[in-house]
Every structure is written in C-alpha cells, then in structure tokens.
Write a protein that binds this ligand. Structure first.
Ligand code: SF4
Length: 438
C-alpha cells in the first residue's frame, strides 16, 4: 500500500506526514487495519523500541469543578456519582504515588479539578511534590491543575515538577461546542506558559465525542506544532450523568486507526493511551501497544481501569517491557532539545534523580535512535480527563466506509443505553480508605 510505505518512510526519518495522508489513515478499512498497525508499529519501534512507559494518576481534588467541559464527570452540574473530595494532604498523596511507583510507574501525574490553581493551591502542590520526592527522588512528576496564571508555571518548576499536562482536547473550530467557560486559546496559552517556564509539555486529545476526522487531524497537528513532548490520547468515557453519556462513537478498530494516525504525525513523541483504553479498545488493547509507547497503570481519575497486574501481564505477554527509571523516554535528539529548554538532564542521563524527563530511546529494529532528525521540545506527562473535547455533532460525516459502519453500530447500541458494564466509577485509592489499584 503506497500510503503506508510513504508514512513508514517518513516516520522512520522523523518526518511529519501531510494532512491528507493523516486523513487517509483514518479512512482505511478494517481489511487494511493490521497493515496500518504494522506500519505505525515500525515507526514506534524506531524511536521507542519495545519500551512502555507507565504513568500513575493521583487525583488530588475530585469533582465540584465550576467549568462545564461536557466530557468530564467532574464538571459543573455533573450527576455522575463519582468520588468528591477536596485537596489530599501531602502525605496522603505521597502514599498514593508510592503505590503507583511500586507497581512500575516512573511518572506520577498529580491532577486537581478546577478552572486553575490559586497561589495557595500551588503551595499545596509544592508540599506534595516535596513529600513524593523525599520518598523517591527519581520519580518524574507531572502536574495537571488547569489554566495557569502568570508565574505559576515557574513556581511549579522551582518546586521540582517536571512536566505540566493541559490537553487541547479537540480542534479549535469545535472547541466552543464542548466547553463554554474557557476557550481553546486559553488552553494553548497554558501549554505555552508551562513550556516557557521549562516544564515538559504534555498535551493531548479526546476522541469519541462526535468529532470529524478533520477535527482529529487538526488537533493532532496543532499538538505537534505546540511542541508537546507527550500526547495522551483519551477515548471518551461516557459517564452516566454527563451530557455525553450516550456518545458511543468508537470501535476498537477506530481507536487503533486514531492511535496510528497520532503516531505517524508524532513519530518521535511520547504517545500515551490514556483514559478509555479498557472501555473502547477492550480485547484489542495489546495492539495499541504497537502504536503508543506509554499508558497509565491502574485506575484513572474518576473511573477504574483494569487491575495494575493485568496491565503488567499484558505488556509482557505482548512482548514489550516496562521502561525503567534510568531509561530516557524520548529519542536523544528530542531529549537533548527538551533538556536545553527546561534546564534538565538530556538524553544520556537517567531521567530520574530530579532531572528533566527527556530520554533516549533504545533503537528499534536494529536502527539507531540517534539518527539526526529535526528538533522537538519539551515533554509532558499526561493526565486523564482534564482536557479533552467533546462535540455531539454527527460522527460519521467524514469517516471511511468501514469505519462509518462500525460507528453506526456503536451508535445503535448506545442510543438508549448507558454502559455501566464498561464504565466503572472509581471507588478505591485516593480519597477512599481502600488500597489503590497499581
Ligand atoms: S476537564 Fe478539568 S476543567 Fe474541565 S470540568 Fe473537568 S475538572 Fe473541570
């Protein structure tokens, strides 16, 4: 298939495809799907080997958000019966983080609901980072606290935070359909503030809210241009009690096409399968590892994932390995640029020990990961649903025929159905008396 040969060649050189080529990936048929996965898998191995980076979410403050992001169970007016609690104490957060690190996570993502942090909230996060790093100085920390005001990113950087997550979620053109209390430009501004302060930029998207293929391609190219070092790909978790509860627009095949497209557009960037992995990829999760080089371990912010041990078993069974603390996540050319931008460590050194979060990838398929390729910048952790997008416009308008068929099937099934069998509200870990899943 000429398209895949072209995309593979570009990806191995670290080049970005054209917009038309990215759209063509989304329009491939189910008959072509394994070829698509194989082609994008070669690009993934070229830059990231067979390593899988594990990240662990700690929801510092849950629910009761004044923002109206329609995809989010913590939104204003949400009827979702999620855990609601205010800020965890530093010791409580450190305990939760320890569980994730013990389970194999090298990055801890500290997330708080809300429009953005107050300066007092930055103090709280500073104390929490100190508690986590006192127990384990090597752990990478990503903060996800919403829109940043002036000087807050600098304060987080000084506190030892390595990365900041703030997702663009969807295209600029449709952003107003998924949230009205802030704008796409607000989100871009926060990613730029974080990056400008030397924090690794983590910014991604949410698929499955009814967006068109063009919307998906728009946001993925925007993320590339923003210099996001980590791109979390969330698949909408349609929570009962939110406006998108019945938006079941994704099939496992559709998710794999989206991941492949994101990989081709971001060949040397960390691509993370984020929220919705179990809900939408289901038994096809292992194929997703051939495309993404990063996942969350265990549970999400307000929903439960599969058991942490099941995540580890899946990685091993699929022939991948958990990325170690001493291994760099990003390929050397990108890690060095990230280090220069953030003042952290470059690719050669271990990413831990308080350094930055770049990382040199092990070469894949006998190829050198050091091959000269263009620049890149910062890096980022990633969080689940604090940044995503949703738009309930008809989904299938521009998708390929096979994909449209699959989506129509999903729509039919979900039209009058809330899938409580697939969406499990988190009832353990942070904010509860029960042990975390890690
Ligand atoms: S995504 Fe973040 S800002 Fe939006 S409603 Fe949810 S917690 Fe609030």
């Amino acid at each position: 298939m000429d398209l895949l040969d072209t995309l593979t060649a570009k990806g191995l050189r670290g080049e970005t495809p054209t917009r038309e080529e990215a759209l063509a990936v989304l329009a491939t048929t189910d008959d072509e799907l394994l070829d698509v996965v194989a082609a994008a898998g070669r690009v993934r191995r070229r830059w990231f080997g067979r390593r899988v980076k594990l990240n662990y979410l700690v929801n510092l403050k849950s629910g009761l958000c004044p923002e109206d992001c329609s995809y989010c169970s913590q939104r204003l007016g949400s009827k979702a019966e999620i855990l609601k609690y205010t800020w965890l104490k530093p010791g409580q957060a450190a305990e939760a983080a320890k569980a994730g690190v013990s389970g194999g996570a090298k990055r801890v993502c500290l997330v708080a609901s809300g429009r953005g942090p107050t300066d007092r909230d930055i103090d709280r996060v500073t104390d929490t980072v100190a508690a986590i790093k006192e127990a384990d100085p090597a752990v990478e920390i990503c903060a996800c606290l919403g829109l940043l005001s002036d000087n807050q990113a600098e304060r987080l950087k000084a506190a030892g935070v390595d990365a900041y997550n703030h997702n663009l979620n969807t295209s600029e053109g449709t952003y107003g359909d998924i949230a009205t209390t802030h704008t796409y430009a607000d989100r871009v501004d926060t990613v730029q503030k974080a990056h400008g302060a030397g924090l690794s930029a983590c910014s991604g998207l949410i698929a499955g809210m009814g967006e068109s293929d063009e919307d998906l391609v728009d946001v993925v190219f925007a993320l590339r241009e923003l210099g996001s070092d980590s791109v979390p790909v969330n698949f909408l978790i349609p929570f009962e009690g939110t406006p998108l509860a019945k938006e079941w627009n994704l099939s496992p095949q559709r998710c794999l096409r989206i991941l492949a497209m994101v990989r081709f557009v971001n060949p040397d960037t960390e691509v993370r399968i984020a929220g919705g992995r179990e809900v939408h990829l289901r038994s096809m999760q292992p194929l997703g590892l051939h495309l993404a080089n990063s996942i969350f371990l265990g549970d999400y912010l307000t929903s439960e994932g599969q058991a942490g041990q099941t995540d580890l078993d899946m990685i091993a069974d699929a022939g991948f390995e958990v990325e170690g603390v001493g291994e760099s996540t990003l390929p050397r050319h990108r890690a060095d640029i990230a280090a220069a931008a953030t003042g952290g460590c470059g690719s050669g050194a271990a990413a831990g020990a308080g350094g930055g979060c770049g990382t040199a990838a092990a070469p894949g398929e006998g190829e050198s990961a050091d091959a000269a390729v263009g620049g890149g910048c910062g890096t980022g952790g990633g969080c689940g649903p604090c940044g995503g997008h949703a738009h309930a416009a008809p989904a299938a308008a521009s998708v390929g025929a096979a994909d449209a068929k699959a989506d129509a099937k999903a729509d039919d099934r979900a039209a009058d159905e809330v899938r409580t069998d697939l969406v499990r509200v988190r009832r353990r870990g942070a904010g509860t008396e029960l042990a975390p899943n890690a």
